[in-house]
Design a protein around this ligand. Structure first.
Ligand code: GRF
Length: 195
């Protein structure tokens, strides 16, 4: 089974969806580590309940991003992690992690990239009045939500929908799309290895 890590900073509803898909046997992976940069984030409670080992840290307690990313890389390697899936990790990935896991870091973003990168993508789309938004899963590079797109799914924003309605519609899609994309990626990776 491929060992994966999930990175999150907040509520962790995507972590929950992925973990449930792993438990159901639909995602061929073992979640070997949850990495969280906010020690009071709700996702850590979910991890405990789901029996996922977690590493949480306070970035401010390190002298630099390189310093905390080096520690993360050590923990990932100790745990045998081969792929990283960001699920609401609110931090740009730096060169230390990118070099250690080149083309092995994937993110989910709540808009149809390249539209509305960065923070509060749902609010940005809502305020812009677009009628179609959605979800993007992409590889992570040094930019902000700029890496190669793996898959996307759209959501219609009908008049009368509140911001909260849009958020719910986006989350519903995320919770299916992300486990599906992870499954396809890991199956492809395994096929390549057995060739
Ligand atoms: C999701 O909308 C994801 O697309 C974005 O951050 C949010 C995380 O939500 N990157 P949750 O913590 O998984 O509920």
């Amino acid at each position: 089974m491929t060992k994966i890590a999930l990175f999150a900073s907040g509520s962790g509803s995507n972590v929950q969806a992925i973990a449930e898909a792993v438990a159901a046997g639909t995602v061929p992976a073992e979640i070997a580590l949850l990495v969280c940069d906010k020690p009071d984030a709700y996702v850590l409670e979910r991890a405990k309940a789901l029996d996922i080992p977690a590493f949480s840290f306070q970035p401010k307690q390190y002298e630099s991003k390189a310093a905390f990313e080096s520690e993360i890389v050590d923990r990932l390697q100790e745990a045998g992690v081969e792929f990283i899936f960001l699920a609401g990790y609110m931090r740009l990935i730096g060169p230390v992690l990118l070099n250690a896991y080149r083309n092995r870091i994937v993110n989910i973003h709540p808009s149809l990239l390249p539209a509305f990168p960065g923070k509060d993508a749902i609010g940005q789309a809502f305020d812009a009045g677009v009628k179609i938004s959605g979800v993007t899963v992409h590889f992570v590079d040094e930019g902000m939500d700029t890496g190669p797109i793996i898959d996307q799914e759209c959501v219609r924003i009908d008049s009368g929908m509140t911001r909260n309605d849009v958020q719910k519609a986006i989350q519903r899609i995320e919770h299916n799309l992300y486990p599906n994309v992870i499954t396809k990626l890991l199956n492809g990776f395994r096929e390549e290895q057995t060739r």
